[in-house]
Design a protein around this ligand. Structure first.
Ligand code: ATP
Ligand code: MG
Length: 419
């Protein structure tokens, strides 16, 4: 790998340039040569090399300046620079190191020494990059473990709360139904009294009329059914939240089946279409993906959650694109919208249970938490999000075609696969 690394060699003397290039080429390195600083910078930016060998004394732009500029650009900052120069003055060497060079080779150099230094610095750079990658992986796995932990404890809490709330909600809702009938009956009775009012003595009639006005009977009669309907709606909403909580803690676990997710997407689309109305144009780009081993109804719920989020992100009119793809061992489903987008500071939190930016009553903040749990924990899959405020959002779900791990291994499985 290292032997084929690209090295940029910079020297204003053609003979030195050729000598250096030939030594490196003979060792199998790919060499690019630049005859002055300007060309070197240009070349380094267009196609960053793995290492730069840099002469110091050059007309117009000297090696120090080239180094300074390389270190000032994010694209070239991390490329190791070795100065190759006849200048052996300690001050100049110090200046070179201060500018960020990794080494110094003094001309005339010995071929073996030069090659040894080049090799060493390429190796150091490779190890540094490996370390950086490992660190990134570690950070990601850690974040995911944290997320799973949070989900597990909130899942337990949710199951408990859902169970506790279900009971009172059940009897309040049935009581309200009965109350509506009782009230209808009472109003019927009131109508009969009303009709016979003329037969009552003058004094009683006046008292009744006074009371009717005091309690604003006309308004009361009109408002009563509204109050009942509103209360019923409220209960309906609570039931919906409880259902979500139950789904979230997935009390109902079923067996994996082979299923065609494009059919699942279509059925979720059919259900969501009611919400979409004329606001959204739906574009389907199905690739004809193979069946996968999964929990189909749960994945349908995932699709619903994503479609409804996409719809809710679109204010006036927009587009939802559903694209599927597959490779040898996984399928991908991307759901994109042209909605409001997610600000970077929220991106970290959207999978947290109860994180919502929606109005009270509109969102519980559980949709994506459930989605994450189903995709990552139950299917060993992955969710990627790309979003730009004001442009739109794409959620991409990647699911393995066949699930090797048993369900109880789900947690480790998903961590291992997350990369
Ligand atoms: N497609 C999207 N575009 C813009 N923001 C989104 C999108 N999907 C999710 N979000 C953001 O992530 C938050 C969390 O989403 P999530 O689905 O978990 O909860 P919710 O939609 O607010 O409520 P619920 O799904 O429980 O009804 C949303 O409130 C929203 O801010
Ligand atoms: Mg949602």
């Amino acid at each position: 790998m290292i032997d084929r690394a690209k090295i940029l060699v910079v020297d204003d003397t053609p003979a030195s340039l050729k000598l250096l290039s030939d030594i490196l080429k003979a060792e199998g390195y790919k060499v690019r040569a630049a005859i002055n600083g300007e060309l070197a910078l240009h070349s380094a930016i267009i196609n960053p090399p793995k290492l730069v060998l840099l002469d110091i004394c050059m007309p117009e732009m000297d090696g120090f300046e080239v180094c300074r500029r390389l270190k000032a650009q994010p694209e070239t900052r991390d490329i190791p620079v070795i100065f190759v120069s006849a200048v052996a003055d300690t001050n100049e060497k110090v200046q070179g190191f201060e500018l960020g060079a990794v080494d110094f080779v003094t001309k005339p150099y010995q071929r073996e020494e030069l090659l040894a230094r080049v090799h060493t610095h390429l190796e150091v750079d490779r190890l540094r990059n490996d370390l950086k990658d490992l660190y990134e992986d570690l950070k990601r796995v850690q974040a995911q473990l944290l997320q799973q932990d949070k989900m597990a404890s909130i899942g337990q809490l949710a199951a408990g709360v859902a169970h506790e709330i279900n009971n009172p909600v059940g009897f309040v809702s049935s009581n309200l139904g009965v109350m509506r009938r009782y009230i209808d009956n009472l109003f019927k009775l009131l109508d009969v009294y009303d009709a016979s009012e003329d037969n009552l003595p003058e004094q009683t009639r006046a008292a009744i009329t006074g009371l009717k006005q005091a309690i604003d009977l006309a308004f009361l009669r009109a408002d009563m059914p509204n109050l009942l309907t509103e209360s019923m709606d409220g209960l309906q909403r609570i039931k919906h939240i409880v259902q979500n909580l139950k789904d979230f803690s997935h009390v109902s676990e079923s067996d994996k089946q082979w299923a065609n997710l494009e059919l699942g997407l279509d059925s979720a689309l059919n259900m969501a279409q009611n919400e979409f109305k004329y606001k959204v144009d739906v574009i389907k780009e199905y690739a004809g993906i193979p069946e996968i081993e999964c929990l189909p109804s749960q994945l349908n719920q995932v699709f619903m959650n994503l479609l409804i989020n996409a719809d809710q992100a679109i204010k006036d009119h927009g587009e939802i694109r559903i694209a599927t793809r597959s490779d040898a061992d996984s399928v991908q489903i991307a759901i994109s919208d042209t909605g409001c987008g997610i600000p970077p500071e929220n991106l970290k939190r959207i999978f947290d249970p109860f994180f919502t930016t929606k109005d009270v009553g509109k969102g519980t903040g559980l949709g994506l938490a459930i989605t994450y749990d189903i995709v990552v924990n139950k299917h060993g899959g992955r969710i990627d999000v790309k979003s730009e405020v004001g442009v739109g959002t794409t959620f991409t779900i990647v699911l393995p075609i066949k699930r090797e791990q048993k369900p109880q291994d789900a947690q480790t499985g998903s961590v291992a696969k997350f990369s």
